[in-house]
Design a protein around this ligand. Structure first.
Ligand code: ZN
Ligand code: ZN
Length: 134
């Protein structure tokens, strides 16, 4: 028989599911609001603890776009981000791995360092904001 899920793992999986379904890279406050719809008595501290746990187990990533907030992303396959400076949205972008390899090689050649990981954030105006401008 399957082991009954503990309260703790249920909370963690709820938070993970919320993130999996959310492509907007929410902050802890947004995740907390969503989590309370499923588990009304969950506390902000519990949401934080579970996010840290998921991060330490490499199931989610944290994104720093320089707005003094930590954004969370359950999509950990390699992808990059575009920040719209008009509406503040964070959009996903897939880059050709060979393009990323070129940038890594250039960085490695310049610095003589071994590159393990690459995070690229682009800043600009998103498609929707561009359309509302014209
Ligand atoms: Zn925008
Ligand atoms: Zn993302």
């Amino acid at each position: 028989m399957e082991q009954p899920k503990t309260r703790y793992s249920k909370q963690r999986e709820t938070i993970y599911d919320i993130l999996m379904q959310d492509y907007t890279h929410p902050t802890v406050d947004t995740i907390y609001i969503e989590a309370r719809k499923v588990i009304p008595d969950i506390s902000l501290g519990t949401v934080y603890r579970n996010l840290n746990h998921l991060y330490e187990n490499k199931r989610i990533q944290r994104i720093d776009i320089g707005d003094n907030a930590v954004h969370y992303d359950a999509h950990i396959d390699p992808h990059y981000h575009i920040v719209c400076q008009k509406c503040g949205r964070i959009l996903d972008v897939d880059l050709d791995p060979s393009d990323v390899a070129l940038i890594q090689k250039a960085a490695s050649n310049q610095s003589h360092a071994r590159i393990q990981n690459t995070g690229i954030i682009f800043y600009g105006t998103c498609e929707e904001c561009l359309q509302s401008e014209s």
